[in-house]
Design a protein around this ligand. Sequence first.
Ligand code: ADP
Ligand code: MG
Length: 238
Amino acid sequence: MHPAQPELDPTAKPPVVELVQVHKSFNVGEPTEVEVLHGIDLVLRSGEFVAVMGPSGSGKSTLLNIVGLLDRPTQGQLKINGIETTTLADHALTQLRGRSIGFVFQYHHLIGAFSTLENVMLPMVGLQGYPTSAIEKRALELIDSVGLLQWRDTPATRLSGGQQQRVAVARALIMQPTLLLADEPTGNLDTKSADAVFELFRQVNRAHGTAVLLVTHNPLLAGRCDRTIQVIDGMVPR
Ligand code: ADP
Ligand code: MG
């Protein structure tokens, strides 16, 4: 079986992510290389919400960083929205990432001194063709949708962990990505906040068909995704 075979199901949604035999090695001091991903095949379609599980150190973050164009495979092919990325120059890769992919990490990477509004606007500030007023309008709609309107001017450091993660979700969505990647976004949260953050992903997925790849150790959350893939020792067993 090859994942790049011709489309058999005419009703299938277009693939957002296509990996064919992706390998990743890291240089751990010349001349030693360690291979961490050993030939991953994966297709994620528009509208799909997929959980990624697997033991610590199995390669989940490495996989997400590659799918998110933060790192490059050492071998194999990776298409995002049908575009082959492995041959793209760095600036083209950055551009594709910026307009197609939103990220949420376990630690939110917000700017502490910036307000909710400033953090959410940040990915769009300085982009050509978007006046500040338009960016602010879009940011405020998102902040409203994650339930933080009354904290719009509060610096990130003054928010709770769950609130900070909701800001991170809003920020990840400001460019209206077709793909949302989340690496243990609820790992640091209490059950109730984790649930609220998970529900945000679900809402975005249902409302806009945004494809979601969510790394989680929580079997209850994984059970609420459309399907789960397991990463075991750098492979995705079928
Ligand atoms: P997971 O997210 O499933 O816990 P990771 O993808 O973070 O796993 O790591 C998988 C393996 O790759 C681990 O053995 C880790 O030490 C190794 N690794 C990850 N990033 C690097 C790197 N930049 N350099 C060397 N080894 C790395
Ligand atoms: Mg990880």
